[in-house]
Design a protein around this ligand. Structure first.
Ligand SMILES: Nc1nc2c(ncn2[C@@H]2O[C@H](COP(=O)(O)OP(=O)(O)OP(=O)(O)O)[C@@H](O)[C@H]2O)c(=O)[nH]1
Ligand SMILES: [Mg+2]
Length: 519
């Protein structure tokens, strides 16, 4: 007993020295250090201790084995033997440490290459989590919400995830379009909704039409995004304060003040009143295509200069409003001029949930718009994957994964409409870009070309590709923080499949844009 106590003390004292020597060789791991003490126990050890390191300590130790004290799990090993082991370990380490790559490293590399997807996704996961934890002030961010959900008790997780998804789906965004009579307000409303002016659901436009009261136009696929076509402000007796009261200004998240010429006194009046009521506003100089057309016959025509002149002219008119945000647009060509700049500005200034709604609701008019949308859907994938995986329903015979595939189907349908791949959206696009709709439809070649159906989801879940997806679960389960709850494999697999579907539909959209000559 006295001897074993002495040994214990020796070991404790000697460990830092052992660690120093082995670490000095820059090769050994903590498992290497632990193993010599655990050899007796290895069979009963948990899988946490790696057997690959055993060769480092290959000396036969049987003669050093002594019965362990029943009260202590500490090793009983003589100091002499301990040093011998360390010397051998160091020799082994040095002889195995030449600069050229080792077989094991190459294998690891191969494995890493093979699972490149896995690592990319893992990094993305870590990013989301670190954003979530570093950005605690931004209570609106999806990241921190997701973190909070991950941390909540298992029984609450599914409901919280589903309600977060619902919240994102139901978030309301009210956009007010105002400006002079005939400025192009209703046409801009239609453009934002991805509808041509002559669509049966479009806001009425034309030189004789006049919008007399606020008209609400829900977005065709996101009814909670509401675009309000406000009455014109052309009357000489215009009173901005009364106008704002009449149109119930509280309703709107921000105002877009549209003009097709110079901004006039009424525009300035209105902007100042909006500012006083603490709402955001942006100036839209529309019908830019008309200006370009009118000037393009001149020999000195320079489009960039013309746009710059219009911008400067607008600024000069709006000096009394401070530093105005002005965007030059054409409702018939959103892919041109400043429309994307307007969206980027709104994206910067809107709260997280609202910008989600805005980006999702916009028509895909260019590659840039597609990329932006795809980025938002990628963020949504985490939430959907967690919701589908954590709330796993009972396994379905024939499917290699138990998950709530209804959530997957809904996500795919959202992406399908969001990317403008539906027949209705392609018909509208065909009219705008003057290409036969059949040609646009033929550009879609993915499994989603006819729509995101339940059969596709079930088919995806039945394929052996799930095996690859499952490795994701393994890798992600190793991530620090233990953030993956039970069901991690399902979450990772669903994530993998949602990502795959999103990429396929993005490819289809690229092809449609290309046929439409928008990309
Ligand atoms: N070329 C071109 N024409 C446009 C654009 N926007 C609107 N127009 C045309 O301008 C005219 C008036 O457009 P509307 O959208 O009806 O204008 P409004 O501001 O809603 O008019 P009121 O409701 O009467 O105040 C229509 O003939 C539109 O086709 C544009 O960006 N480019
Ligand atoms: Mg109108």
């Amino acid at each position: 007993m006295i001897q074993s106590h002495y040994m214990l003390q020796w070991t404790v004292l000697k460990l830092p020295e052992a660690e120093r020597r082995i670490r000095y060789s820059q090769r050994a791991t903590m498992t290497d250090l632990i193993n010599p003490y655990n050899e007796d126990d290895r069979s009963s050890q948990s899988s946490g201790s790696s057997s690959t390191t055993s060769q480092t300590f290959s000396v036969d130790e049987t003669k050093d084995k002594k019965p362990k004290s029943p009260r202590s799990k500490y090793p009983t090993i003589s100091p002499r033997n301990m040093l011998r082991k360390l010397e051998i370990a160091e020799k082994n380490v040095q002889s195995k440490c030449p600069d050229e790559p080792k077989e094991k490293d190459m294998k690891n590399q191969e494995e890493e290459d093979k699972n490149q997807n896995v690592y990319v996704v893992s990094r993305e996961f870590v990013d989301i989590l670190s954003n979530a934890t570093s950005n605690t002030e931004d209570s609106d961010s999806l990241g921190s919400d997701l973190q909070e959900i991950i941390d909540s008790p298992p029984a609450e997780k599914t409901n919280k995830l589903k309600s977060k998804l619902k919240e994102l789906e139901n978030v309301t965004l009210n956009i007010a379009i105002t400006g002079m009579t005939g400025a192009g307000k209703s046409s801009f409303v239609n453009a934002l909704r991805g509808l041509p002016n002559d669509d049966k659901n479009a806001a009425p436009t034309g030189t004789t039409e006049t919008t007399m009261k606020p008209n609400m136009y829900p977005h065709p696929s996101m009814p909670n995004v509401k675009i309000w076509d406000l009455p014109g402000i052309g009357s000489p007796k215009f009173r901005a304060k009364k106008y704002l009261k009449d149109v119930n200004f509280h309703t709107y998240d921000f105002f877009l003040i549209v003009t097709s010429e110079r901004f006039k006194e009424n525009d300035i009046e209105l902007a100042r009143a909006i500012k006083k009521s603490k709402k955001a506003f942006y100036f839209i100089r529309t019908k830019i295509d008309n200006d370009i057309r009118a000037e393009s016959h001149k020999r000195s025509f320079d489009e960039r200069m013309l746009l710059e002149n219009i911008r400067e002219d607008c600024k000069a008119n709006l000096l009394r409003v401070g530093i105005p945000k002005i965007f030059l647009v054409s409702s018939f060509n959103l892919e041109k001029y400043d429309f994307q700049k307007l969206i980027n500005t709104l994206e910067d200034e809107l709260p997280e949930n609202k910008k989600f709604a805005l980006i999702q609701s916009l028509p895909v008019y260019s590659l840039e718009a597609l990329t932006k949308k795809k980025t938002y859907y990628k963020k949504m994938i985490w939430l959907n994957a967690f919701a589908a995986g954590v709330g796993a329903i009972a396994p379905i015979p024939g499917l290699s994964l138990a998950c709530d595939y209804g959530i997957m189907k809904k996500f795919f349908q959202q992406v399908f409409t969001g990317f403008g791949l539906s027949n209705q959206a392609l018909e509208a696009l065909s009219e705008r870009v003057n290409k036969p709709v059949e040609q646009l439809k033929a550009a879609k070649t993915s499994r989603f070309k006819e729509g995101a159906t339940e059969d596709i989801v079930i088919d995806m879940l039945s394929k052996p590709m799930i095996a690859i997806a499952k490795t994701l679960g393994t890798v992600m389960a190793l991530l620090p923080g233990g953030a993956l709850p039970a069901g991690g494999t399902a979450i990772a697999s669903v994530h993998y499949l949602l990502n795959m579907g999103l990429n396929e539909m993005a490819e289809d959209t690229k092809c449609v844009l290309s046929v439409s000559q928008l990309a």
